[in-house]
Design a binder for this molecule. Structure first.
Ligand code: FCB
Length: 426
């Protein structure tokens, strides 16, 4: 008798019907031709960032991504020219089985001068929304993905006590003009990331390191979200409004160390909980974003893991499950509005997506109300102070020719999206 090699058992994990599948982008990172505080800062800091790459990144990263030493890498410029190519990009997303898409509206285009709203740009975003609707993709609209119009930045940006008032006016206008095509609104993207990087670590514009600024911006962003939440509901009573929140999975490095456990409590409070407390009863859903797992060895964290992305960020898909369990207490529907990794050679992405979704599925089996998953990002794009070298895209972009190339992992993810199920080997 011939020895039969047993076929591996396969199991299909079905997702709830109506589950939203897609990817996310943000205006400044993909559109090109923006004119906001980042555009200005990039020009002023590109040379410095290129020089600092030598000390900032590991030798293997420097070797793999020599573009990090070029000032040009740090200037968003034309980015992916998505402002002009959104239809082509949405065709790709549709062909990949996406039934939803998250993008952001660029405030500096809508209100380039204080109180003056640009009808042409509103019309542009109307076309963007129509293009999504025509392709059967549910839009998730972010109103603020970290970029301020220059007039606002000159008045102190997020620290201005009137920030929430300005934001409410802008949010109200967009809701009024574009609301008929939008059910899901994300007011603000990751408030805690911008607070940390721009006002505590001082590495992003306006490069402050000041506790008072941290406090002001915490307060202003929470207030901005709450005012926009109310204003959108006045204009659109049925709208669903939330803000996207990066949640880190913290663990003690030494399981029985009081100091490490205390460090976890403090980090969880300031990183994960505080902003949710501050916006209590002003969220129709949770928009969670997961990138980081931190093992805390009082008072810092240490990273020893071998499996890392091109950014040397640890790859730990299981963390998504833990943050979903943590989020259960808020008793709100959950959308994962960002989760992804930089992987230029596309060696780890497929497995990462499948592993992440396996954990999402497990959370759903435990009755956690997860309703959608948006991979970051549809396209390779401009990764803030790191520039163009980290490649997060399901679709590779040649920034010289603007040619798009669908990565193999995008096709694997497409199978999951199209079938509403994840097939695994057991
Ligand atoms: C998130 C940001 C997004 C992108 C990814 C990698 O924190 O919201 O714009 O930079 O990280």
């Amino acid at each position: 008798m011939k020895n039969e090699i047993p076929k591996k058992n396969r199991k299909k994990l079905l997702f709830p019907s109506g589950f939203l599948w897609g990817s996310a982008t943000s205006a400044h990172q993909v559109e090109g031709g923006t004119n906001n505080q980042w555009t200005k800062w990039e020009k002023e800091n590109a040379e410095r960032l290129a020089k600092e790459a030598k000390t900032k990144w590991q030798p293997w990263q420097q070797e793999k991504f020599p573009e990090m030493f070029e000032a040009q890498n740090y200037i968003s410029g034309k980015a992916c020219d998505h402002y002009n190519r959104f239809e082509e990009d949405f065709d790709i997303a549709k062909s990949l089985g996406h039934n939803a898409h998250r993008f952001s509206i660029e405030w500096s285009r809508i209100e380039p001068e204080e109180g003056k709203f640009d009808e042409k740009e509103i019309e542009h975003y109307r076309k963007v929304l129509m293009a999504l609707r025509e392709r059967g993709m549910e839009p998730f609209v972010t109103l603020w993905h970290w970029t301020n119009p220059l007039w606002l930045e000159e008045k102190g940006g997020c620290e201005n006590p009137e920030f929430a008032t300005y934001f409410k006016r802008y949010a109200g206008l967009v809701a009024e003009k574009l609301g008929s095509n939008v059910a899901f609104w994300i007011t603000i993207n990751e408030p805690t990331t911008v607070i940390l990087n721009s006002y505590a670590a001082g590495v992003w514009p306006p490069q402050k390191r000041n506790l008072l600024s941290v406090w002001r911006v915490y307060r202003n962003l929470a207030k901005a979200h709450k005012s926009a939440f109310e204003e959108i509901h006045v204009k659109l009573p049925n709208a669903k409004v939330g803000f996207s929140h990066i949640v880190t999975f913290f663990e003690p490095y030494r399981r029985y160390s009081i100091a490490d456990l205390l460090a976890v409590k403090i980090a969880e409070y300031f990183g994960n909980k505080k902003i949710l407390n501050m916006t209590k009863s002003h969220n129709d859903f949770l928009a969670l974003q997961y990138y980081f797992h931190r093992k805390l060895l009082f008072p810092w964290h240490i990273q020893k893991e071998r499996l890392v992305s091109d950014l040397n960020w640890e790859i730990y898909a299981e963390g998504l499950y833990h943050i979903l369990r943590w989020a259960r207490r808020y008793k709100l529907p959950v959308y994962i509005t960002e989760n992804g990794l930089a992987d230029a050679k596309d060696e780890k992405r497929s497995e990462f997506i499948a592993a992440s979704l396996l954990w999402v599925h497990r959370a759903i089996l435990e009755s956690i109300d997860v309703r959608g998953y948006f991979y970051w990002s549809l396209l390779d794009n401009f990764e803030w102070d790191k520039g163009f070298w980290p490649r997060f895209g399901l679709v590779e972009v040649d920034f010289e020719t603007q040619e798009r190339k669908v990565r193999p992992s995008a096709l694997e993810y497409a199978k999951i999206c199209k079938n509403n199920e994840l097939e695994i080997e057991i």
